[in-house]
Design a protein around this ligand. Structure first.
Ligand code: ZN
Length: 152
């Protein structure tokens, strides 16, 4: 896949002006311009509470606390999304590196990148390295955990 590729139309499609009005400048820079927050600065990097992580732009449930692990990389890390179709993965060859970008499938906002084969010992050996500012955490302390199996 190419970087500027033919994604299917986003179910939630807004103009840049709308996104700018709804998001803070920091959120806009990451979610809509594929920026990266500085490592170890995000509010969810060391969040161990039980719950759901939603897309901060559109509210779609993207990740669960069950799938979060301590990567010590400076950003929240998950070994799988809540469901494979919640995110879009596409090649990102910016910055002279080959990476795989992770987007919200519902609104095409930038979430972070996914890295494979790093040996973290998680069930998938994937690290979804996601900006805290791309997410909104929702406590789910009273709800039972749903299927903890990774979505292959
Ligand atoms: Zn979204």
């Amino acid at each position: 896949m190419k970087r500027t590729d033919e994604l299917p139309p986003a179910p939630v499609a807004k103009s840049d002006a709308q996104w700018r009005a709804e998001l803070s400048p920091q959120e806009y820079a990451v979610l809509r311009e594929a920026g990266t927050e500085r490592p170890f600065t995000g509010e969810y990097t060391d969040n161990h509470r039980v719950g759901i992580y939603r897309c901060r732009a559109c509210g779609t449930e993207l990740f669960r606390s069950d799938h979060k692990f301590d990567s010590h990389c400076g950003w929240p890390s998950f070994f799988t999304p809540l469901a494979g179709d919640r995110v879009i993965e596409r090649s990102d060859d910016t910055l002279g590196m080959h990476r795989v970008e992770v987007l919200c499938a519902n609104c095409h906002s930038h979430l972070g990148h996914v890295f494979a084969g790093e040996g973290y010992g998680t069930p998938t050996d994937l690290r979804y390295c996601i900006n805290s500012i791309s997410l909104t955490f929702e406590d789910e302390a009273t709800a039972p955990a749903t299927d903890p199996a990774p979505n292959a």
